[in-house]
Ligand binder design. Structure first.
Ligand SMILES: [Zn+2]
Ligand SMILES: [Zn+2]
Length: 443
């Protein structure tokens, strides 16, 4: 690499990048201090109400695509704020539309609204006692991913924005989306269905913001990342067919359990030996492996299933091709066959880099500079990704872990012990308000 020996161009360059920084910082300079102070005050004022809504939703969780009462409650509240409401959208979802007093862009804010088939295990006075059936199985229902808090925060934001209509430059769309966790088998749902039903059109959305509360991220902090932030999930099942035999005479058969074991090990080398890991990380996990009925029978078949995580769809495609190749060739080498079924094509949650850079100061303004962290990609998935495929979007994590709480069992998402510290909600409201106003005022 050639280096300039003359220091002047380097100095000039620095001076100009400093100038550009100054200009771009002032372009971000957003709302004036009077409006900012008003918004901050209103975010504090709405806190108790937001917590009350959160507790209501927490106590009455509904499963994906079954959020009937939840949707009705949201629609009723939005109407009471004077916001135009479309309901139901995508089965049980709600779209609120608020036109501001001044012309400007269309900003969409999204909250997901579904609960999970998990039975709550704590002594909260507003713990869920709801029960339902999922995939034919009876189960408790719980907001074990914190979507109750997402709804409550977005309602708080909606109420404040409706109060400040005259200051809004453009239009705000409030997306209350069902089935983020995935619709029941055989049903459509989630972000994809919201988009299919036209929520990003009329008026056309310019930008979308969303957040996820995080029960294991410290209270008062925000995590984000430009580019691929959350993973693209894939799935696979592999059915290995051998030949049944007496357990005493394996040479008479083809043992699908041994073949499956070799396939499981073979699949491990796809990520460790065949994937360019310096580009982006990848994961292959086999979560189930079933075969056989008793110890002295070599069965005919074995079935395994698993998940893949990648951060771009091309990499997913390569991973999936290698899974098929590895499974079928190992099976063939042993005289068995492997039938591989793959699912995928769901994009990663991708934060538009330019938008993320532009809006990071708004997050810092809400949480404080030292409380906002750039973090590594996360291998969980989030269907917010579907909106980001259509319009630039920014998705971030809101910390809700109380470091002083002495949890006997960590409050992990999707478990009966999931728990958030409600003091996080105020920051979520502030962050969404800042993103909305700063984006509009920087246009
Ligand atoms: Zn979840
Ligand atoms: Zn979630």
């Amino acid at each position: 690499m050639a280096l300039s020996s003359d220091p002047k161009p380097e100095l000039m360059k620095r001076f100009f990048s400093f100038l550009i920084l100054l200009i771009s910082t002032s372009a971000i300079a957003q709302v004036n201090s009077r409006l900012q102070a008003k918004l901050d005050q209103q975010a504090s004022d709405v806190e108790a109400q937001v917590i009350e809504w959160r507790r209501y939703f927490h106590q009455h969780p509904e499963l994906s695509n079954r959020e009937v009462k939840t949707g009705e409650k949201i629609a009723e509240l939005l109407r009471s704020f004077g916001i135009e409401v479309k309901h139901p959208v995508a089965k049980t979802g709600v779209l609120g539309i608020l036109k501001g007093g001044q012309p400007g862009p269309v900003v969409a804010l999204r909250a997901d609204i579904d609960g999970l088939p998990v039975t709550e295990r704590n002594s909260l006075p507003f713990a869920s006692k709801e029960r339902s059936t999922f995939n034919g199985q009876e189960t408790g229902v719980m907001h074990a991913c914190g979507h109750d808090s997402h709804m409550a925060m977005l309602l708080g934001v909606a109420q404040i924005l409706a109060k400040n209509k005259a200051d809004i430059k453009g239009t705000v769309k409030f997306i209350f989306q069902p089935a983020e966790e995935g619709p029941p088998a055989g049903e459509e749902g989630g972000a994809a269905l919201m988009i299919k039903e036209g929520i990003l059109e009329n008026p056309k959305v310019d930008v979308v913001f969303g957040l996820h509360i995080q029960s294991l991220v410290p209270l008062g902090t925000i995590n984000y990342r430009p580019g691929a932030f959350m993973a693209s999930p894939g799935g696979f099942t592999i059915k290995v067919k051998g030949k049944q035999a007496h357990g005493a005479t394996p040479w008479d058969g083809v043992d699908p359990i041994v073949v499956s074991s070799q396939i499981v090990l073979g699949l491990q080398t796809i990520v460790s030996r065949q994937t360019e890991l310096t580009k982006l990380p990848a994961v292959i996990t086999i979560g189930t492996l079933h075969s056989g009925i008793r110890g002295n029978i070599i069965p005919e078949e074995a079935t395994m299933s698993g998940t893949t995580r990648t951060f771009d769809l091309d990499m997913q495609k390569i991973l999936h091709e290698k899974i098929t190749l590895t499974a079928t060739q190992i099976a063939e080498a042993s005289g068995a066959t492997a039938d591989v079924k793959l699912t995928g094509g769901f994009p990663p949650t991708y934060n538009d880099p330019a938008l993320t850079e532009k809006m990071a100061p708004s997050l810092k303004k809400a949480a404080g500079e030292k409380n906002v962290f750039l973090v590594n990609p996360v291998t969980m998935a989030e269907d917010f990704a579907a909106y980001q495929q259509k319009v630039p979007g920014l998705f971030f994590f809101l910390g809700a872990y109380n470091p002083d709480a002495k949890f006997e069992i960590q409050p992990v998402h999707h478990t009966p012990d999931f728990m958030i510290d409600e003091r996080a909600l105020k920051l979520g409201v502030k962050a969404m308000l800042n993103l909305t106003f700063d984006y509009m005022y920087s246009k």
